[in-house]
Design a protein around this ligand. Structure first.
Ligand SMILES: Cc1cc2nc3c(=O)[nH]c(=O)nc-3n(C[C@H](O)[C@H](O)[C@H](O)COP(=O)(O)OP(=O)(O)OC[C@H]3O[C@@H](n4cnc5c(N)ncnc54)[C@H](O)[C@@H]3O)c2cc1C
Length: 440
């Protein structure tokens, strides 16, 4: 019996694949329903009222469960409904214990003791393995600011509605996708909106030539250096350089960091609705002094400074997390020397979507089934896992040394490796023709 932690997009894909391959499991979810952070009522959700998908609908959906037709970038509430339909369609609700938080996991011999808490009552269950899908975007990264700020300071994790900006002088710190979404939200509510940005970013509009930007490009991917050049040139032609809007230009190549996908932030910078600022040098009361010695007063600082990986129910060393910003796992999910532990969804990539996560889940479920059957394909994968020495699936891209990039993968390289493993695991699978033929 296995345990799955979380019923977000990754936990659900994990549950679906375990079920598909007949592997018994119990799911644990601290929220009352499925959907993960796409359920804005989930206490762990970092969603905000205005949020829509950043990747487009059909590039993000699970291949075997397409979304209904609709606008290419649906609102978060539509995603919550989609995950509920997915869980109903594949009968996943019956496997989950809701309102149940996993609080501790320890090893006992070859087994795993998992303690969970439901309404203050703790219970401990024994499992053959644990599949951790508790999400990567819920523990705020809150860098300390120099000086003393005499106003309201919040992290984007606690941002829900633009009401908080009414009549305020707002400084948004950071320039990732959430920072840009939130700065845009503030434009029509705040007295002023400034964006503090320390490094350069690539900005992609959501649409090019009327099509979602992530649907562009031919079926055969260009070689990496050419793709970096061609895409950067195309984006420069469409939106110009960040410095045309007062922002720093990136001093790295395209795709070496996660790009910003937002059609409105440059528009508002170009209209003076959002003012670009440098890094923060000092804060004195309400006055913030920036790296170029300019300064301004603010009532509210919103830190859109990202998230840290967080597994509060488990010792770091069990996670093969000695140093660095992320546990070190083969294909971001297989522990090299804990055969019962799987990190599900500890992964980030441009455009991986839920199908990329589903493939990861299928590979793990198949591996469990085939390992149980002592199939040659599973033994082969097992020896690969055991000989893992920290190699990354970066496709040759020189990713920036940022916390968030510690578990970043190159989508095509990653999916190629996974589909190859799936194919091999299926090659000696003793199963019904439908399972044999499904997908890869
Ligand atoms: C504003 C925003 C926009 C985004 N847009 C996109 C996009 O366009 N495309 C894209 O691919 N990704 C996007 N993402 C990334 C997002 O992380 C993924 O879409 C997806 O939600 C990841 O799924 P997950 O299941 O790994 O994590 P989550 O959705 O975070 O789900 C984790 C689940 O685990 C539960 N849980 C956590 N700890 C415990 C515990 N101890 N016990 C029991 N249950 C627990 C949580 O309650 C939650 O339900 C976006 C994220 C944000 C915040």
């Amino acid at each position: 019996m296995f345990a799955v932690i979380g019923a977000g997009p990754m936990g659900l894909a994990t549950a679906r694949n375990l079920k598909k391959y007949g592997i018994p499991f119990v799911g644990f979810e601290l929220n009352a329903d499925v959907g993960g952070l796409w359920d804005i009522d989930n206490p762990h959700s970092t969603m905000y009222e205005s949020a829509h998908l950043i990747s487009s609908r059909h590039m993000t959906e699970y291949a075997e469960f397409p979304m209904k037709e609709g606008a290419p970038y649906p609102h978060h509430s539509e995603l919550r409904d989609y995950f509920r339909s997915y869980a109903k369609h594949f009968d996943l609700y019956e496997n989950y214990r809701f309102n149940t938080r996993v609080v501790n996991i320890v090893k006992s011999g070859n087994k795993w003791l998992l303690t969970s808490d439901k309404n203050g009552v703790e219970a401990t269950d024994t499992f053959d393995g644990v599949l951790i899908a508790n999400g990567t975007l819920h523990k705020p990264n809150m860098p300390s600011l120099p000086g003393y700020f005499d106003g309201k300071l919040i992290h984007s994790a606690d941002y829900c509605s633009a009401d908080i900006f009414d009549g305020k002088r707002v400084l948004v710190v950071g320039c990732g996708n959430s920072a840009c979404d939130i700065a845009v939200d503030a434009v029509h509510r705040a007295k002023s909106v400034d964006l503090s940005v320390r490094r350069g970013y690539y900005f992609l509009p959501k649409f090019v030539a009327g099509r979602p930007v992530d649907t562009l490009g031919g079926k055969t991917p260009l070689p990496r250096p050419l793709k970096q050049k061609v895409d950067a040139a195309m984006i420069r032609m469409v939106v110009g350089k960040p410095s045309d809007y007062g922002l720093p230009d990136p001093d790295y190549k395209m795709y070496e960091s996660h790009p910003v996908i937002n059609s409105l932030v440059l528009h508002h910078l170009g209209h003076g609705d959002i003012s670009p600022r440098g890094g923060i040098q000092d804060i004195q009361g309400k006055r913030v002094i920036f790296s170029d010695d300019s300064s301004a007063e603010y009532d509210l600082i919103l830190m859109a400074t990202g998230y840290k990986l967080d597994y509060p129910f488990m010792e770091r060393e069990l996670l093969n997390w000695k140093d660095g910003d992320a546990p070190s796992m083969y294909l971001n999910c297989f522990h090299p020397n804990q055969p019962g532990l799987f990190m599900m969804g500890m992964i980030e990539a441009t455009g991986l979507g839920w199908e990329g996560r589903n493939e990861q889940a299928e590979m793990v479920a198949l591996y469990l089934k085939q390992r149980d059957a002592k199939a040659a394909s599973a033994l082969k994968l097992q020896s690969k896992i055991e000989s893992f020495r920290g190699e990354r699936m970066d496709g040759g891209y020189g990713y920036l040394q940022l916390e968030r990039m510690a578990y970043y993968v190159h989508k095509e390289t990653y999916r190629r490796a996974i589909t190859q493993h799936i194919r091999e695991l299926k090659s000696d699978l003793n199963a019904s023709p439908e399972l044999q033929a499904s997908r890869v």
